[in-house]
Write a protein that binds this ligand. Structure first.
Ligand code: FE2
Length: 458
């Protein structure tokens, strides 16, 4: 590993940031690793084959959520400087003291350039360690101790103050501190150690565990913790719902308990959308932001909860039926190969398409075996791709037999997919797309309700 291979790791689902950074002529995939999937970034963090100069993360990331993510980052990369990237207009996710206790070294406001990120990382250069090592090889490099953990020396080549006391290990086995927490490394000191063949530095396990403890406490006291922004609280709640759908994808089964959880979630989703006044551009942008960064089933449930009052679904039982159907609508899809999960028929062969089109019935069959599930939920899941005039699939019903709940799930899901497409291609005009390709496929009462819910008109 050489200094030239250190990269900045950036975790954010914002395509505008990725576009802005990649437009910089100094951008290369060796120097900047931009990851829009927080789950994927977790596997990069724990991959010991890579060294990062600094790590940047948007605190409003989707599942596993910022708390678990920071815990993993701190554990896997304790000496790599960690920064948050936030919208300039947004209320800061954490208070200053919380940031310090979480070990976050600063907040970078958007819009941000590559230059701004490199400047924050304060990296200093060093010739490749392996080629410059003149002294004896660090025979204790991989030594494991209950008290200490090893960190690659190249992860410390930054002038950002360190979070922990840092040690080297002598040949005698003794650990000697070379830097106190809060101090910054001098290039001269680190180069001297590297020339002597030192490849690893050490930090005390208990100090790392203490810093992880605060992160755990903060996540466990949600939503009672003070100082966290409303956006972070909302995002954390969405992430907890996503963990339910993640489990359903894994087990590919639905239990009576899952249906109960889905009912509870539906109640909270209804409360959640009351805060969204979609007549304002800001609220609409907020809706687009969290829909595009959230699991599709959870996002569909949020959208359908916004639609519910305009469909005349006022009582709790009917709202729950719509919510449960929205959350479970694609349960049959998870029994099929994963390459079909994004439901993009343009990428499927004829055989794959035929298989994919079995998922509504497959889902209904799974739900028929679940005790206590309402028959309307099963009907809606079976029909969530049926469209007006027999233009959907499996094409078993024409307009007259369409389930209104199935249609509500269908239009909510089409809206979610459209928002996700716009996130990738900002040129897409959502209203035009809806008018041209979505509304003609749904019955008039559903379209009217949808327009009233999201655009305040019929
Ligand atoms: Fe589907």
């Amino acid at each position: 590993m050489t200094i030239q291979q250190r990269a900045l790791l950036i975790v954010d689902s914002d395509p505008l940031l990725e576009k802005a950074l990649s437009a910089d002529p100094r951008f290369s995939t060796q120097s900047v690793i931009f990851v829009n999937s927080p789950r994927k970034s977790v596997s990069l963090l724990v991959d010991k084959g890579s060294i990062y100069g600094a790590i940047f993360v948007n605190p409003l990331i989707s599942s596993p959520g910022i708390f678990e993510w920071i815990r993993t980052a701190r554990k896997a990369r304790p000496l790599t400087p960690l920064f948050l990237i936030e919208e300039k207009t947004a209320e800061s996710a954490f208070e200053k003291l919380q940031l310090e206790r979480l070990g976050v070294r600063g907040v970078i406001e958007k819009p941000c350039s590559l230059e701004k990120l490199w400047a924050a990382a304060k990296l200093f250069p060093l010739e490749p360690v392996s080629e410059t090592a003149k002294g004896p090889v660090d025979i204790f490099a991989d030594a494991v101790s209950e008290e200490f953990r090893a960190v690659e020396i190249e992860e410390c080549f930054t002038e950002v103050p360190q979070l922990f006391d840092v040690y080297v290990r002598r040949e005698s086995g003794e650990f000697v501190d070379i830097l106190r927490a809060g101090e910054r490394f001098s290039p001269k000191l680190l180069r001297a150690h590297a020339r002597r063949g030192v490849k690893k530095l050490y930090i005390r396990n208990d100090t790392v565990e203490r810093s992880l403890g605060f992160c755990r406490t903060l996540s466990m006291t949600l939503p009672y913790a003070h100082g966290l922004s409303a956006a972070l609280q909302q995002r954390s709640e969405l992430n907890s719902w996503e963990s339910v759908t993640d489990r359903l994808k894994e087990t590919r089964e639905v239990s009576a308990e899952d249906v109960e959880t889905a009912r509870e979630f539906t109640g909270r989703a209804s409360e959640f959308v009351t805060t969204l006044d979609c007549r304002s551009n800001l609220a609409m942008r907020k809706l687009f932001d969290f829909v595009s960064s959230t699991d599709q089933a959870v996002a569909t449930t949020i959208v359908s909860a916004k639609l519910a009052p305009n469909l005349g679904l006022e009582n709790e039982a009917s709202v729950q039926i719509l919510g449960v159907a929205s959350l479970l609508h694609n349960i049959g899809l998870y029994r099929l190969p994963e390459k079909l999960w994004d439901e993009d028929e343009t990428k499927m062969t004829e055989n794959e398409k035929a298989l994919y089109q079995t998922h509504p019935e497959l889902g209904a069959n799974i739900l028929r075996k679940v005790e206590g599930i309402h028959p309307t939920v099963i009907q809606a899941v079976a029909q969530h791709h049926e469209r007006k005039g027999g233009r959907g699939f499996p094409g078993k019903v024409l307009t007259v037999g369409l389930s209104p709940i199935g249609e509500a799930v269908g239009i909510s899901n089409e809206f979610v997919k459209l928002i996700c497409r716009k996130n990738i291609n900002p040129e897409i005009n959502i209203e035009q797309e809806l008018d041209k390709n979505v509304f003609p496929l749904f019955s008039l009462p559903i379209v009217r309700a949808f327009k009233a819910a999201f655009w305040g008109g019929a």
